[in-house]
Design a protein around this ligand. Structure first.
Ligand SMILES: [Zn+2]
Length: 269
């Protein structure tokens, strides 16, 4: 009988255990994750695969392994929040490497410039997440990766931030979280970090960038409050042992927001 239908939950796309293990074992954010939590993450990733539409560009062939790599990293952010936090959009677009879309940018003097800076990833408000596969793969390359750099976590943190409109480093907080505590923690840390980046930049000619390399998080965080939130989210999951001592108040707010404590689950030593 035709008529009114309730939209059906997409059926989860199963990820077999071997594929899951091989795709996820190198990730820093998997360190210390209890087997039951890894199982929940696998279930969430299979829901993610069923709900999102993947497309590849420039002749890239997306294998099940590559899709699982993206899904696992995207889902670590919402392990305790639920897949519903990624509702409202469906496309994941994967480029083989970094991409350089041409954009018009208006500078402070009102002059329009055409720019095409290469990008590792991008998240659109209400639209797709776009990723460079080379950068996605880098995170699991134990030799080549830069600890703390995770393009998937970065772009999906922007997606969570965008749940409350234009990205500004202020995602929707849970009941019981204090917006003032969030604002204070992030404002103080962002101000401090921008100062440290300026100092390290000023030294770069003399020290060959050593002070920049010694920063606890990626200097790109100094771009804006929304980039700061995305970068500290990468650090929260990948290198909590560096983020927490550097910015304990931010770590504490992220712990409340993501409802996880990645530092506590790090294996001793
Ligand atoms: Zn960003």
């Amino acid at each position: 009988m035709p008529g009114w239908f309730r939209p059906r939950e997409p059926r989860a796309e199963p990820i077999d255990e071997g594929l899951w293990e091989s795709a996820t074992f190198p990730y820093l954010f998997m360190r210390g994750l209890a087997p039951a939590d890894s199982e929940r993450l696998r279930a969430l990733a299979s829901q993610f695969l069923a709900r999102k539409h993947f497309s590849a560009t420039h002749g890239l062939e997306l294998t099940p392994f590559m899709r699982v790599q993206v899904a696992a990293q995207a889902c670590i952010l919402v392990l305790e929040l639920g897949i519903g936090w990624y509702d409202g959009w469906t496309e994941v677009i994967v480029y083989p490497g970094q991409f350089a879309p041409e954009r018009e940018v208006v500078d402070e003097a009102g002059v329009v410039h055409l720019v095409n800076d290469p990008m590792a990833g991008e998240a659109w408000l209400g639209g797709p997440v776009i990723l460079s596969y080379e950068d996605v793969a880098l995170t699991s390359d134990e030799e080549a990766r830069v600890a703390g750099y995770n393009v998937v976590i970065h772009e999906f943190a922007h997606k969570l931030d965008m749940l409350s409109g234009d990205p500004n480093g202020f995602p929707p907080l849970h009941e019981g979280m204090s917006p003032a505590a969030w604002r204070d923690a992030f404002r103080d840390a962002y101000g401090d970090f921008c100062r440290r980046v300026d100092e390290a930049d000023a030294l770069a000619e003399r020290d060959g960038g050593a002070a920049l390399d010694a920063l606890p998080i990626d200097p790109y965080a100094a771009e804006s409050p929304s980039e700061f939130f995305a970068v500290v989210s990468e650090a929260f999951f990948e290198t909590p042992e560096w983020l927490q001592p550097a910015y304990p108040a931010v770590y504490g707010q992220l712990r409340l927001f993501y409802r996880q404590d990645p530092l506590a689950r790090l294996p001793a030593g």
